[in-house]
Design a protein around this ligand. Structure first.
Ligand SMILES: [Fe+2]
Ligand SMILES: [Fe+2]
Length: 443
């Protein structure tokens, strides 16, 4: 399929599964929220332009999701994904619900003393720390939408989606009509989806009713009541071809083609999402992409192949969004079980990318970045013959940056030490041509 005939919405809808993983939502949360939100937008009689702004806000609403994962882990100590999803099931503005939430998610395996201590810390930090958690996520999401060239209306809808009708939301405590209408729609659609997918549409309707006037705009909640009884909406949410179903609700005539520049921009934007997950992977994906391109040029790889390799490098660790920060940021040695979870991240990279138009072509190479020529890598234990030149270059570029960067369990390594480790692996684990090119690059 030529990239110029592919719609941007199909790509973003496919990649939104990576955002679902980061937030601990079941696959398809953003896509289903999009169907619910667009149904509300149509029922409200929004213009085609407004619907288009809303459509992309719904697909990208969680683009800032990874930027508070490390902080959520620091605060709660358990799995950030579980804590992030759990926040939606409680009306956290009520003290009773806050206590129940913290008891559920803070140090789930810890001793009672540790859980009580966590609660005391969270209570002391209070709304200011909650605000900071939402703020970084909302700001980052809006910034990514703007960088991808979406409208100010789309970016604002993302930034303000966690504001509440009565002023009790975040990040700014906006009230009523101060909150942009599109943001109110995104906010309601995401909560409705979470309850509908876990406990059924009737429960979603009940929660919207309970939170009307506090979380939600009463008029909008009324419109939701009128569409919530429509089985076609929930059937669409259960569609086995969810991405196609989402693509079909994009307003006609407002479709955006995923040209080469857009594809590059999306790969860079998702590299930011991936690298924001942990303080130890700051700019890792972008640096790996730079190393990979430099090695590819030195080895005379074709232009088309180099473009593809760069995108694969930017997205190679997208599966890391599935790994909890309690493991990614662990200062000590990983347990065998934790190590198994880390080793699954290239498998998730494949699972995410394989079904995305255009990026599906590079899913295999991107997910082969921990393989070794001698077949002792992971997760497929591929032999050398199963690794393309691009995949082999990516393995070297990834190692080069991983060894050069700070890690939770060790500091930076000097360039000479990095090169000597690559040399040790030359021919056994790593492709000699790429190692030699990397050496010339660093020296
Ligand atoms: Fe990796
Ligand atoms: Fe990596």
């Amino acid at each position: 399929m030529s990239s110029s005939t592919v719609k941007l919405s199909s790509i973003l809808s496919g990649l939104s599964y990576a955002l679902d993983l980061t937030e601990g939502h079941p696959r398809g949360h953003a896509a289903r929220s999009c169907l619910i939100g667009m149904r509300l937008g149509r029922a409200l009689g929004l213009s085609a332009d407004e619907q288009s702004h809303l459509f992309y806000a719904l697909l990208l609403k969680d683009a800032g999701c990874s930027s508070n994962s490390a902080r959520v882990f620091q605060l709660f100590g358990g799995d950030d994904q579980a804590a992030k999803r759990g926040v939606w099931f409680r009306d956290w503005r009520k003290l009773r619900e806050q206590i129940a939430y913290v008891l559920d998610y803070a140090e789930p395996d810890g001793r009672v003393f540790e859980r009580v201590r966590r609660f005391a810390v969270l209570a002391a930090k209070g709304p200011a720390s909650r605000r900071a958690l939402f703020e970084v996520r909302c700001d980052r999401g809006a910034q990514i939408a703007r960088t991808l060239g979406f409208s100010a209306a789309t970016a604002e809808a993302i930034r303000c989606m966690d504001e509440h009708w009565d002023g009790g939301g975040y990040p700014d405590g906006m009230k009523r009509a101060e909150i942009p209408l599109l943001a109110r729609i995104v906010g309601l659609a995401q909560v409705a989806e979470i309850f509908a997918s876990e406990q059924g549409p009737a429960r979603a309707a009940a929660v919207v009713r309970q939170r009307t006037g506090s979380w939600f705009d009463p008029e909008l909640a009324g419109v939701f009541r009128s569409v919530a009884g429509d089985h076609a909406l929930w059937d669409a949410c259960a569609s086995p071809v969810l991405d196609d179903t989402v693509a079909a609700v994009e307003p006609e005539g407002r479709e955006i083609a995923a040209d080469e520049k857009r594809l590059d921009d999306i790969a860079v934007a998702f590299a930011w999402v991936i690298d924001a997950k942990s303080p130890f992977t700051y700019h890792h994906s972008e640096r790996v992409a730079d190393f990979a391109v430099a090695i590819a040029r030195a080895l005379g790889l074709g232009e088309r192949e180099t473009i593809r390799l760069r995108r694969a490098a930017l997205l190679h660790d997208i599966g890391k969004l599935s790994v909890p920060n309690r493991i990614l940021d662990k200062p000590g040695k990983l347990t065998p079980r934790e190590w198994e979870i880390v080793k699954l991240h290239p498998y998730y990279t494949y699972q995410i990318l394989e079904r995305v138009p255009v990026f599906g072509e590079l899913a295999f190479d991107a997910s082969a970045h921990h393989e070794r020529l001698d077949g002792r890598g992971y997760f497929r234990n591929l032999p050398a013959a199963g690794l393309s030149s691009s995949a082999r270059i990516l393995c070297v570029a990834d190692q080069l940056d991983a060894l050069s960067a700070d890690r939770p369990y060790r500091g930076k390594m000097p360039a000479e030490r990095v090169l000597s480790i690559l040399r040790e692996e030359r021919g056994t684990g790593l492709w000699p041509d790429a190692v030699d090119a990397a050496e010339r690059l660093v020296n």
